[in-house]
Write a protein that binds this ligand. Structure first.
Ligand SMILES: [Zn+2]
Length: 59
């Protein structure tokens, strides 16, 4: 598993983060760039709204 995903998981352990990360990982595996970008946007928005912080990732 890529380092960035492991860091994101340890940084934000909640069901929604896990779900969105799974979507990002699946899209990345399938080289579906639009789905990957969309999932990353939703993950960032979720982290900001629910956890009150930016993801510690260069996304
Ligand atoms: Zn979360």
């Amino acid at each position: 598993m890529p380092e960035m995903f492991r860091e994101a998981k340890s940084a934000a352990e909640c069901a929604e983060c896990a779900r969105l990360l799974a979507v990002v990982e699946k899209a990345a595996r399938e080289y579906d760039r639009s789905a990957e970008t969309d999932a990353r946007v939703r993950l960032r928005r979720h982290a900001r709204a629910v956890h009150g912080r930016e993801l510690p990732l260069p996304w």
